[in-house]
Design a protein around this ligand. Structure first.
Ligand code: NAD
Ligand code: LMR
Length: 336
């Protein structure tokens, strides 16, 4: 039942009594931010959707506000309005920052996006430290440790409420597995662990639900396809950015799951990149159980009984993910 609940686009069900959460999107006028704003405006759990960007918010706000779903729409344009966009927010989504062009790695975005994320999370720490924070900006392996370090410096870090959004890796895995094995999409759930870049993305195909058997060739091809899916989109867009629509869809699913958990649903599981003790790495993506206060439990059972192939990838990804994490932490600690 959990798999079906997550895979269904639940936003379409109208329930005005349930709408009471305020959600702020930082980077709302971007390629991800715009469609994500629309999907969040459709959520029955949201009473207010706040759109913040450094430019171009006014038109999007007017446009979105005409949709007859319950959430109020408020626009905040420019840094002077950042604090107002955050005060009282229950959940903050961060898709702000530059996307890749062909030939770039996600880590190549660090030089620009690290400062953007740092600045925005400082404002979150000052104005809504209790909010759930969903980081989308790349390189995710480093931007989440940056956010954690900023919150620590401000004395308001709650590791249970800080998430790197890796839902797109799960969405892709579910889609590709269902297509390959001719399964109904709504039934398929593949846990994806590790990080969110190339070979740090580890889909645990052996843990696919429902139980599916794959040949070695299928496992290798599907793993490569999932790890490379972001790059496939970057190349297809030929310099015009990276995944936006599938990312907005995935981020909306993660927002919806988080709000359902906040609202008391006791059966909410998602993969996310969070502070973790499942491995020796300080941050690690795994399935987590979500509750009213954020992460309630990390699901360790997915990492037991791995195939030899999965265990090898897991060991191989650790040095890279560790370096990405350390780079993020050092970036904040080095600042005056
Ligand atoms: P985009 O360039 O279309 O939009 C980014 C938006 O961020 C722009 O509107 C820009 O004005 C805004 N912005 C820049 N600096 C800002 C600041 N200081 N405060 C607020 N807003 C600011 O890019 P996009 O396609 O929406 O991608 C955004 C980010 O998401 C990229 O870093 C991309 O790599 C990442 N991404 C992550 C995933 C994932 O799975 N986690 C998937 C796709 C994209
Ligand atoms: C993705 O996986 O689509 C994102 O991380 C964007 C990218 O640069 O590939």
């Amino acid at each position: 039942p959990t798999t079906r609940k997550q895979n269904r686009v639940s936003q379409y069900r109208f329930n005005p009594r349930a709408s009471h959460y305020k959600v702020t999107i930082l980077g709302a006028a971007g390629g991800i931010g715009e469609p994500l704003s629309l999907l969040i405006k459709m959520s029955p759990l949201v009473s207010e959707v706040r759109l913040y960007d450094i430019a171009n918010v006014k038109g999007i706000t007017a446009d979105l506000s005409h949709c007859n779903t319950p959430a109020q729409v408020r626009g905040f344009n420019g840094t002077s309005q950042l604090a107002d966009s955050l005060r009282g927010a229950d959940l903050v989504v961060v898709p702000a920052g530059v996307p890749r062009k062909p030939g770039m790695t996600r880590d190549d975005l660090f030089s620009v996006n690290a400062s953007i994320v740092k600045g925005l999370i400082e404002a979150v720490a000052e104005n809504c430290p209790q909010a759930f924070i969903h980081i989308i900006s790349n390189p995710l392996n480093s931007t989440v440790p940056i956010a954690a370090e900023v919150m620590k410096q401000k004395g308001v870090y709650d590791p249970k409420k800080l998430f790197g959004v890796t839902t797109l890796d799960v969405v892709r895995s579910n889609t590709f597995v269902a297509q390959r094995k001719n399964l109904r999409l709504i039934d398929v759930d593949v846990p994806v662990v590790g990080g969110h870049s190339g070979s740090t993305i580890l889909p645990l195909l052996s843990k696919t639900r429902p139980l599916v058997t794959f040949t070695d060739k299928e496992v290798e091809e599907l793993t490569a396809k999932i790890q490379n899916a972001g790059t496939e989109v970057v190349e297809a867009k030929e310099g015009e950015g990276s995944a936006t629509l599938s990312m907005a869809y995935a981020a909306a699913r993660f927002v919806e799951s988080s709000l359902r958990a906040k609202d008391g649903d006791a059966d909410v599981y998602e993969c996310a990149y969070v502070q973790s003790n499942l491995t020796e790495l300080a941050f690690f993506a795994s399935r987590v159980k979500l509750g009213r206060k954020g992460v309630e439990a990390l699901i360790s059972s997915d990492l037991q009984g791995l195939t030899e192939y999965e265990a090898e990838i897991l060991e191989a990804l650790k040095p890279q993910l560790k370096a990405n994490i350390e780079k993020g932490i050092a970036f904040v600690q080095k600042q005056p």
